[in-house]
Design a protein around this ligand. Structure first.
Ligand SMILES: [Fe+2]
Ligand SMILES: [Fe+2]
Length: 314
């Protein structure tokens, strides 16, 4: 059954097999602006990323033969390639943080056990719908940060090259698992019911995935009483740019019958990154090209980012 709500974006999804080698020389202990709370929050999320991406990828792979729309199937294959490479590169980055003494491996292990249990007991359509829900959160986080690179004003530029490559590709494929799970479930009310049930479950699990590892990492790193860093964290997440606030505001639209991930059409933003990447093949240059585009078109103040020493951008 063709999807009635499929709109745009399939031609955006493109595999880029890039190797970043994000070792300790590029990933310092508090890589997010030298700020413990923001770094440890992101570390808690990133601990679940490689295994989570492999889960979503495997769900889409199992659903490929259930699809009736060849365009969705083609995008699904590109999606699998993209997520495989994201998982590989984030494994390397996570290893660097673990070497700095951030016990992300303590989080990866139980997450993997839960994933294996769910893979064993949930239907493939429910796994696909859970994947679509998590992809909605990922795309929302990417959409905020991609428009606010100034959030990372004191972060290694090569690491920013990698993170923004991931944000761009999460944006490119933001509708793929949604459309795969809708098409595989046959569309209509049954598919709608499946995706909103999955979203409710994913939101509850997601809150735990955000909160518990974060608290654990703060505790292990003796940062629970670092109030100056806590203030930075709450500003970043709820005020400027307000990442979690935006995630909250994008939650309820997902329950609309006619919701589609490309309702938020931010293709022109990722095109600014893609134009430079297609020209130079350099993710750090592409990052700075995006900053320049935002400064001109959105009046975003990216001037502080230019102060970071950066040979790749010169
Ligand atoms: Fe990804
Ligand atoms: Fe993704």
């Amino acid at each position: 059954m063709a999807l009635i709500n499929r709109k745009i974006g399939y031609d955006e999804v493109e595999t880029r097999d890039l190797v970043f080698n994000m070792d300790r020389s590029k990933v310092c202990k508090y890589w997010f602006n030298n700020d413990p709370w923001n770094t440890l929050f992101m570390s808690g999320v990133l601990a679940a990323v490689p295994d989570g991406e492999r889960w979503v990828m495997q769900s889409v792979r199992k659903q490929l033969d259930m699809l009736s729309d060849p365009a969705i199937r083609k995008a699904g294959i590109e999606f699998i390639h993209q997520e495989r490479i994201h998982a590989r590169e984030h494994d390397v980055m996570n290893k660097a943080s673990i070497e700095h003494g951030i016990p992300m491996d303590d989080i990866e292990k139980p997450f993997k056990k839960v994933r294996v249990f769910l893979q064993k007991h949930l239907s493939i359509n429910m796994q696909g719908a859970l994947g679509a829900a998590f992809e909605h959160f990922t795309a929302t986080i990417a959409s905020v940060l991609i428009e606010h690179p100034e959030t990372f004003k004191d972060t290694n530029p090569e690491l920013l090259g990698m993170l923004f490559w991931h944000f761009v590709e999460e944006t490119e494929h933001k509708s793929v698992s949604f459309d795969v799970c809708t098409d595989a479930a046959g569309g209509g009310f049954r598919a709608y019911l499946l995706r909103v049930t999955a979203m409710t479950s994913a939101a509850a699990a997601g809150a735990a995935v955000f909160a518990a590892p974060f608290t654990y990492l703060l505790y292990k790193d003796r940062q629970l009483t670092n109030f100056a860093s806590a203030k930075n964290f709450f500003r970043t997440q709820f005020v400027d740019p307000g990442v979690l606030r935006k995630v909250g505001s994008m939650f309820f639209p997902y329950y609309r019958r006619d919701f589609h991930p490309w309702d938020d059409d931010n293709r022109e933003v990722i095109h600014a990154w893609k134009r430079e990447f297609n020209r130079s093949g350099d993710t750090t240059k592409a990052f700075y090209a995006l900053c320049d585009w935002l400064a001109v078109n959105r009046s975003t103040d990216t001037s502080e980012l230019k102060l970071v020493p950066n040979s790749a951008a010169s």
